[in-house]
Design a protein around this ligand. Structure first.
Ligand SMILES: Cc1cc2nc3c(=O)[nH]c(=O)nc-3n(C[C@H](O)[C@H](O)[C@H](O)COP(=O)(O)OP(=O)(O)OC[C@H]3O[C@@H](n4cnc5c(N)ncnc54)[C@H](O)[C@@H]3O)c2cc1C
Length: 416
C-alpha cells in the first residue's frame, strides 16, 4: 500500500510527554513501569548538552532506592558529597551537612545530567510500554471540543501527530506546551543571571562549592578533571561586562578563587563563556482538560540550592502516583490533574520563596566592593548547627517528599 509522505505519521499513545528532561524521563519511566503505554518526545538528538544541573540530592536517591535502582545508579561515575563548604568573605562556612539527614543516602551525588538522563532512558527501555523518540520536537497541540487530545511535532523523518489520553508538558522553562495551552504564567522575577565556564582542575585545589566576597559569587562544581563554574551577575549586566573585556572577567574569578590564577587564560575570549539566563515563575493553573504541566514547565526554578532537578523528579513521582490508575482505566479527569497541582504547589511555592530570599542576599551583595561579612547575629547563629541543619533539610530533602506508590507491572521482565 502506498503512503502519502506529506501526511503526518500517526502515533497513538495512552500518555504523551513533551520533553525528556528529569521530569519527563522520570514520569515516562514510572508510567511505563506501571504498564501505561507512554511516549516521550525530546527535541534534541541526545542528552549531551553542557551546563545543565548536576546535583542529585538525597530526595532523588531515595526515589532510586524505592525503585530498586540505587545500586545500579551508583555504579555510574559520580562523586558523593556529604558536606557542602563555602567561603563567604573571610569566613569558611559549612552550607550543608548531609550526615544530619535520616535518608538512606546521607550524601548528594554529582553526576552530569546527561549521564543521569541516559540512565533513566536505559531503565525505561526495559519496559515494552516505554517509548522515547529523540529529535522529535513538539510544535503544537491537537484540541477537540476544548480538550487537548494530542500533540503535533516534527522529526527528521517528517511531521508526526500523537493522539493521547493525556498530554504532559515537561518541556522546561520555555515550555511551548504551556504557551500553546494558554496557561497563565506568573513571573516571580529573578535578579541575576549566570556566566558559565569550565576551568581545569588540579589535585591540590580546595574543594569548596561556593565562593562569595566583595559583591561577587561563584559556584564551582567538580566534574572530575575540570571545574564547572557559575559566576553570578546582576540581571541584564552581562553585556556591560563583556564590553569591559575578558581580562576583567578573568580577574573577577581570580579575586574569588586565587588558586584559579594559573588557568583563567583557558578562557580565550567570550566564546568560552556561556550566559545562562535565570528565570523563576509558576503557572496559575498547571492543567487543562487533557493536559498537565510538571517540572520547570509548571514552575521554572532558579539554580539557587541546585534543587530544580530534584523538584522535577518529585513532581514526576507525585504525578505517576496520581495518574497511573486512571490512565490504566482510561478515566483521567480534570480532578486528577488538579490533584497534581494541589499536591505539588505547596512545596514549589515554599522552595521558590526560599530561593528568592537567598537570591536577594546574593543580589544585594553583587557589585559591592567592600569585603563580605555576614551580620553579627548570623555569625553567632552559624556557631550552632541549627542554620546548617535547616539549609540541609531544605536543599537535600525539600518540602513534602514524595514516595513511589506506582506498581511494577513487569516484575519478572524488569528483573526486580
Ligand atoms: C544556570 C542554571 C543552573 C542550574 N543548576 C542546577 C543544578 O545544579 N541542580 C539542579 O537541581 N537544578 C539546577 N537548575 C535548575 C534545573 O536545570 C531545572 O529546574 C530542571 O532541569 C527542570 O527539569 P525539567 O525536566 O522540568 O526541565 P528541563 O531540564 O528544562 O528539560 C526539558 C526538556 O524538554 C526538551 N524540550 C524543550 N522544548 C521541547 C519541545 N518543544 N519538544 C520536545 N522537547 C522539548 C528540552 O530539550 C529538555 O530536554 C539550574 C538552572 C539554571 C538556569
Amino acid at each position: 500500500m502506498e503512503t502519502d509522505s506529506s501526511l503526518p505519521q500517526q502515533l497513538p499513545s495512552e500518555c504523551c510527554i513533551a520533553g525528556g528532561g528529569p521530569a519527563g524521563m522520570m514520569l515516562g519511566f514510572l508510567l511505563a513501569r506501571a504498564g501505561i503505554d507512554v511516549l516521550v518526545l525530546e527535541k534534541h538528538a541526545d542528552f549531551l548538552r553542557d551546563f545543565r544541573g548536576d546535583t542529585v540530592h538525597p530526595s532523588t536517591l531515595e526515589t532510586m532506592h524505592e525503585l530498586g535502582l540505587l545500586e545500579e545508579f551508583l555504579k555510574r561515575p559520580h562523586q558523593e558529597i556529604s558536606q557542602v563548604r563555602a567561603q563567604i568573605g573571610a569566613e569558611p562556612t559549612l552550607l550543608g551537612n548531609m550526615s544530619y539527614l535520616r535518608t538512606r543516602c546521607r550524601f548528594m551525588v554529582l553526576m552530569p545530567q546527561w549521564d543521569f538522563l541516559n540512565f533513566l532512558a536505559e531503565q525505561g527501555r526495559r519496559y515494552p510500554t516505554f517509548h522515547l523518540r529523540m529529535q522529535a520536537e513538539v510544535t503544537g497541540l491537537i484540541e477537540e471540543n476544548g480538550k487537548v487530545v494530542g500533540i503535533r511535532g516534527k522529526t527528521p523523518g517528517g511531521s508526526i501527530e500523537v493522539r493521547a489520553d493525556l498530554v504532559i508538558g515537561a518541556d522546561g522553562r520555555n515550555s511551548l506546551v504551556r504557551d500553546r495551552a494558554g496557561l497563565t504564567v506568573e513571573s516571580i522575577g529573578a535578579s541575576m543571571d549566570s556566566l558559565q565556564v569550565r576551568l581545569s582542575k588540579h589535585a591540590t585545589d580546595p574543594n569548596l562549592f561556593v565562593y562569595s566576597d566583595r559583591g561577587k559569587t561563584m559556584v564551582t562544581i567538580d566534574r572530575g578533571d575540570y571545574w564547572h563554574c557559575g559566576f553570578a551577575v546582576p540581571k541584564g549586566t552581562a553585556e556591560k561586562m563583556q564590553a569591559r573585556g575578558i581580562e576583567g572577567f578573568r580577574e573577577s574569578i581570580v579575586e574569588l578563587a586565587p588558586f584559579l590564577r594559573d588557568r583563567v587564560k583557558e578562557l580565550r575570549d567570550w566564546n568560552d563563556v556561556k550566559l545562562l539566563t535565570v528565570s523563576s515563575d509558576r503557572l496559575r493553573e498547571w492543567y487543562r482538560p487533557g493536559l498537565v504541566c510538571i517540572g520547570d514547565a509548571a514552575h521554572a526554578m532558579s539554580p539557587v540550592g541546585g534543587v530544580g532537578i530534584n523538584l522535577a523528579i518529585q513532581d514526576a513521582v507525585a504525578s505517576a502516583n496520581i495518574l497511573a490508575a486512571p490512565l490504566r482505566q482510561g478515566a483521567v479527569s480534570v480532578d486528577h490533574l488538579a490533584k497534581i497541582q494541589r499536591r505539588r504547589s505547596f512545596p514549589t511555592r515554599l522552595t521558590q520563596r526560599m530561593q528568592g530570599v537567598i537570591q536577594k542576599q546574593v543580589w544585594r551583595g553583587l557589585g559591592k566592593s567592600e569585603p563580605t561579612r555576614p551580620l553579627w547575629l548570623l555569625r553567632q547563629l552559624e556557631r550552632t548547627t541549627l542554620p546548617c541543619r535547616m539549609r540541609t533539610r531544605f536543599i537535600a530533602v525539600g518540602f513534602r517528599p514524595e514516595h513511589v506508590k506506582t506498581p511494577n507491572a513487569f516484575p519478572v521482565q524488569a528483573g526486580h
